[in-house]
Design a protein around this ligand. Sequence first.
Ligand code: ATP
Length: 468
Amino acid sequence: MAGDDAIRALRDALRLSPENLPLRRHLASSLLGLGRAEDAEAEFRAALPLAPNDPELQAGLALAFAQQGKYPLALVIVEGLIQRPDAPARAWLLSARLLLRSGNQVEAADHYRQAVAIDPEVADANLADRLGVRPVVSDLEDDEDDDDDDGDGDGIELFDEDDDALVREVWAGNAGAPGPEIDVERPALNFKDVGGMEGLKEEIRIKIIHPLAHPDLYRAYGKPIGGGILLYGPPGCGKTHLARATAGEIHAGFLAVGINDVLDMWMGNSERNLHEVFDQARRNTPCVLFFDEVDALAASRSDLKGGAGRQVVNQFLAETDGVQDRNDGVLILAATNAPWHLDAAFRRPGRFDRILFVPPPDLAARAAILRVLCRGKPVQDIDFDHIARKTDGFSGADLKAVLDVAIERKLREAMKAGVPKPLTTKDLASAASNVKPSTREWFATARNYALYSNQGGLYDEILKHLKR
Ligand code: ATP
């Protein structure tokens, strides 16, 4: 089995360098991912003396305990972990499971929300359901995964076979297959976590944050409140990050909806469910309602045969207009990489009449992103500004690729040398020269629209950026 071969290779490498922390961590996580909890426990125990305070290792050991049914031991670790500001999302998630198991559903739901606020990737529709964290479209399908079949409501069967698989998925970081259920997040990040982008933050403050805080003043001057902001720009450059930070900035809820998911998953029920998403936002004000890939709606207009696509679009526009219901306290943000595919109807006043260009991160933003990405990794005096200067045109996602390349190389070196070494400025600089910035291709397309189809100066910002 491929998994077994990999484990054997890791064990061989560790025999040569037993103090190699990254290797040991990798082996322990792999074992956990394979459901070999007892072996994983032994490896986490062996790794922890090398880094006793490492929150990921502690969370790993707690998960290994939980997988074996050693819940009290798991609980002791998790309780300590979640007191720390750097507790990983998985620790909160495990805490939620353990609390639910002991019948404390309210606190469990809180801890689940905290986990998702730290890392939305850990969202788990099945667990959310059990916790009563309201899914948006609970009635869409019969919950065939619902294994809470003991019917006694005590949740004691939490770590049954299926859940072991879920614990493995939580560890592997891919829990919560994309589906229509959406949690209202409470993002912990705010504008301080968004590197650079000062102009954009100011625009968002003036256009949506201030009107929300001082509605009377705005009304007195005849300024409309509501409507949405459309963020557009090359992929991976922080549109979602900025939207999430906007919610955090005003302590609002955050509802993220991928339009492609809507269209894939909700076929047939799309309008009703779209309405429910808006309603959920209205019930949770103040709330930032964020639609990603919104251009997919426009594409649906021509791609979908018959009236289905059109109806979804019309429903979407009616909801943003707030014709049937008022959208007070709901800030609608949408993002697209292809604004030129959007129907002009989207840009009518009161809809997405405010359209902001999110360019690739500037120098300050790149340094900030790199700092965030290096958090918690073994690094040594990195000159972030130097790397930022070397990565003009890189998106946030490209910068992540730079770090991945550097870490992979370092890991290989560490395996050979038998000693783990921290990442240096040189490592990052050399990795950066091997990663191609992905935004250039986008600008090649965008340039044509900006030059030849720039109605009302819609894409002036792109031209300005290209002239830099
Ligand atoms: P897509 O169009 O592909 O959905 P996007 O524009 O929404 O991409 P994000 O997902 O927000 O991009 O950003 C990609 C990554 O870069 C994220 O991990 C985000 O945290 C990071 N990032 C981007 N811009 C910034 C920034 N200004 N400050 C801090 N982190 C950033």
